[in-house]
Design a binder for this molecule. Structure first.
Ligand SMILES: Cc1ncc(COP(=O)(O)O)c(C=O)c1O
Length: 302
């Protein structure tokens, strides 16, 4: 995202539209463009009509998450991209939480750009992917430059390579890239529709089980409309305390806090949640173990 943000020829007054539920990774790089006079506007999550109303003559890009890491809800990025394209505005999808969990077809979505992270798909940390339509990549002037990005250079300027080389400045993280490739090949072999079905089944078991935990509220929609992320809060308990107790009493790793979605949580006074995330390696007996452990933790705290 930073690479893209640094590669557009921004003009003062330009706007970038994001959804209201963006991870900081798809919010702060656009906010940092304030130094070029660019502003960022949030749009209601999953609402193509709100997007249509929000797009103005100043809108240069719509950049939106597909599946939220905060509550596992998804938005129809294909419908949102269509709205952006009707106004000749390119559309970027943050697919960090969707690519690892379901089949994604960039052509069907008609995304101009799509980004995702290696560490969410069994790959090494610090790796990721940027997809871009070739005509868009050809138009952009790389913001990070250096060795490997040019055909030729003189004291007066440089002739850039074509994409993707022009964006790959300096020696690349080859070990990480090979690790990411191995992870992607593994996921393709297992099959993401199989992974998706597995997660849906476990998420149903988890969410239905959580319904009987006293004082527990799940953030976000019904589990049938959520991916394998379940964010919850328990009345009278701090989310960090819940995570700590689950870790110390049962060796279960959950995440607590606002999950890098500060803007949305601050605007709604959500003080934080405990988040349990499921993936292909989790099992039904682990979900039962989790539910037992959580029930004990809540019982002890009462
Ligand atoms: C939806 C979403 N977008 C972006 C990111 C950040 O990715 P990265 O750490 O690769 O910048 C995350 C989580 O890390 C995420 O959940």
């Amino acid at each position: 995202v930073n690479l893209l943000a640094s590669s557009f020829d921004w003009k003062s007054g330009d706007e970038v539209l994001v959804s209201e539920k963006e991870h900081n990774s798809n919010l702060l790089p656009w906010q940092a463009l304030a130094r070029h006079g660019v502003s960022v506007k949030p749009v209601a999550f999953g609402d193509p009509d709100a997007l249509a109303k929000a797009i103005s003559g100043r809108t240069r890009l719509v950049a939106m998450v597909q599946t939220s890491n905060l509550d596992g809800s998804s938005q129809d990025v294909r419908a949102l991209a269509k709205v952006a394209h009707e106004r000749d505005v390119p559309f970027l999808v943050d697919a960090a939480q969707s690519v690892p969990h379901q089949e994604i077809d960039v052509r069907r979505i008609d995304a101009d750009f799509l980004v995702c992270s290696g560490h969410k798909m069994l790959g090494p940390s610090g790796t990721g992917l940027l997809y871009g339509k070739s005509h868009w990549l050809a138009r952009l002037t790389p913001g990070y430059v250096g060795g490997g990005t040019v055909k030729d250079a003189s004291y007066d300027g440089a002739v850039f390579e074509d994409a993707p080389q022009k964006f790959e400045a300096g020696l690349q993280n080859y070990a990480g890239i090979h690790g990411l490739r191995a992870a992607m090949e593994y996921l393709l072999k297992v099959g993401r529709s199989k992974i998706h079905d597995h997660e849906v089944a476990l998420n149903g078991q988890l969410s239905e089980g959580l319904a009987s935990v006293e004082g527990l509220t799940i953030l976000g929609p019904h589990w049938k409309e959520r991916c394998g992320i379940t964010s919850f809060s328990i009345a009278g308990m701090d989310p960090h305390q819940v995570s700590l107790l689950l870790d110390q009493s049962a060796g279960i790793a959950t995440r607590s806090g606002v999950h890098c979605v500060h803007a949305y949580c601050n605007a709604r006074k959500i003080m934080g949640t405990t988040r349990a995330s499921l993936y292909l390696y989790n099992t039904a007996s682990e979900v039962s173990y989790f539910l037992d452990a959580l029930t004990k933790v809540v019982g002890l705290a009462r």
